[in-house]
Design a protein around this ligand. Structure first.
Ligand code: AMP
Ligand code: MG
Length: 331
């Protein structure tokens, strides 16, 4: 990994998401700099996806394992043909769900200008059109697809406010843009759409029910159920992790635990959704995990979350937050 030269050590400016900031951010991105920006899912750490050096600096800033491919973000559908091969399935889903929390994995075109670092050396590229209007304005100003993983140090809880971004990356990016809290709050749903049927590589902000409303009931394929299906590289077992250990499906708090509730929850320190709404719970998930990650607690205990709607994505994140890590804080 390349070390940062001293002059690149900085304190990022924090600016509101307005037209002038979109222009400034666009200029910085086009010049190969890192810009953290709001999307409807989580805050993104953006760089020019066609600039190898700029993309490399994302991995450096996040301390992210290099084999993880990144998502290239675009402001409109017309940009995609230039670098990805859209199958009928891809086009159909894009027309229905973009802009929105859905990422499509497609084959790279022959002349694809997107850095191979974004593809982690694969022949495929993941693309998304965010629904956050500022994110699209920023990318349009940059004039290039923008590679953007979540704007946090690798392995930590994803950021859903500009303040979360500042806490992790302030000295590692040129600009942090504040667009308020993220509406969806979990990452995008990643679908491999190179074949006729979409393969779910990562559960996320667009539900399987919604996808199947377009492609037909039972049409979504799950890699866990068939070893022949494509998988997403770099889906680490331990991820999205707070520094405290996490216990799942807790019905009540044990001594020293902070209970994260869902639905009717007695004794919960925080409640993801008192009314039992998975969309509300998704929007609160990462912010509440951060809030409970305090030394006064020994462990975070999370109540059971149903797996319908956004519950699938929430359970996926929780499972990885709870995965045993080598370094856990026990007292
Ligand atoms: P993040 O940047 O943290 O939102 O994560 C991006 C997700 O998209 C990861 O789960 C990647 O493994 C997945 N992804 C990105 N590009 C590809 C690709 N070309 N093939 C398969 N999965 C991908
Ligand atoms: Mg992430």
């Amino acid at each position: 990994m390349v070390l940062m030269s001293p002059k690149e050590k900085m304190t990022a400016a924090l600016k509101a998401a307005d037209e002038e900031t979109a222009r400034e951010g666009g200029r910085l991105l086009a010049a190969g700099k890192l810009v953290a920006f709001p999307t409807e899912t989580v805050y993104g750490l953006g760089a020019d996806a066609t600039n190898d050096k700029a993309v490399a600096s994302i991995f450096e800033a996040k301390g992210r394992p290099q084999f993880n491919p990144l998502i290239a973000h675009v402001p409109e559908l017309s940009w995609v043909g230039g670098f990805a091969e859209m199958t009928d399935t891809a086009l159909r889903l894009a027309k229905r769900f973009w802009p929105g929390p859905m990422t499509l994995v497609m084959n790279r075109t022959k002349a694809c200008p997107v850095s191979y670092l974004v593809s982690a050396g694969l022949d495929s590229v993941a693309v998304r059109m965010p629904s956050h209007p500022f994110a699209r304005a920023l990318i349009a100003e940059a004039g290039v697809p923008v590679a953007a993983p979540s704007a946090n140090i690798s392995g930590t809880v994803s950021p859903t406010t500009a303040e979360h971004v500042r806490q992790g990356l302030e000295n590692r990016v040129s600009l942090i843009i504040d667009g308020g809290p993220c509406r969806v709050g979990v990452e995008s749903t990643v679908l491999d759409v190179r074949g006729d049927r979409p393969v779910l590589l990562r559960a996320g902000g667009l539900t399987v029910e919604e996808i199947e409303d377009e492609t037909g009931k039972g049409s979504v394929l799950f890699p866990e159920s068939d070893p022949a299906l494509p998988r997403s590289p770099g889906q680490l077992s331990s991820h999205y992790a707070p520094s405290l250990p996490v216990r799942l499906n807790a019905l009540f708090a044990e001594e020293g635990e902070a209970l994260l509730g869902f639905g009717k929850a007695e004794g919960a320190v925080l409640n993801l959704s008192p009314s039992g709404d998975t969309a509300e719970a998704a929007a609160n998930l990462f912010a509440y995990m951060r809030e409970l990650d305090r030394p006064e607690f020994r462990r975070i205990a999370v109540m059971p979350i149903p797996t319908d709607g956004l519950g699938l994505a929430i359970n996926d994140r929780l499972k990885r937050a709870a995965y045993p890590r080598r370094v856990t804080k026990q007292s």
